[in-house]
Design a protein around this ligand. Sequence first.
Ligand code: SF4
Length: 268
Amino acid sequence: MSRLFRSAAAETRAAIEQRLAARPTSALVAAILGEAQQQVAQGSEASPLAVLRQSGAGCSACCLAVSADVTPLEAIVVAEHLQRTLSAERLELVHRRLAWNVQRRLQLPPAERGRARLACGLLDAQGHCEAYEVRPLVCAGVFSLSREDCDAAARAPTAGPQQVPLDRPAKAWTMGVSGGLQRALVDAGLDGNLYELNSAVLCALDTPRAAARYLQSEDLFVDCICTDAHSPPRRAVAPYRIDPPVTPEQARARRKLRHKQYKSLRHQ
Ligand code: SF4
């Protein structure tokens, strides 16, 4: 785990925990996520490789080929944005694209779902993101250093983000922000697992009063494609992996404890 990841996780976790401790109402979910979005923007700007980036307006190769994962909070904010900004017809069209993507993924064996080359349901016919202003953290903080390689990877028969040179400092920071957000949500008794983007946004769109119910710890995403089930309500044991640095002895003790917990889970 890199230093950048750990710093981003710690800063984001502290900022989100502070927001959640104030018992926010559903009207404030966008502001809570805004803390994480701001962290991503700041960390991305600070990357020494920022000047070499070739991702930008009009480039949607990764939206065409890479499957993105989001927390429920990100999905809810995207859904609210779509409901607020799109006409009824356009919203219906986005809903159909999301549902079609989810259906296609569910038809595949679980191991192949992440590698399926399906254009994101939020990508419009002109190659623009319908939720650009509130796009998920991973969409806002992962940048390619070669547009040519991106296009080639998007045309390749199997998914392989490793074929594309990325701004690694920005990516490590963004993953840390996402990790800090996940941890803060879990610590607040909320669902902080990761879900496939299309299925999570579809679920948030279809759930009346999603934000308020999410903040009341209702298990709204139970039928979504969960891509990282690390905590309640998808798994009974919460993760330890983004805690601050520990000594090797502490790390060993934690691993042992976690192993014991998971073992006892399997036998329940
Ligand atoms: S949410 Fe927007 S930026 Fe992210 S993959 Fe979908 S279309 Fe692309």
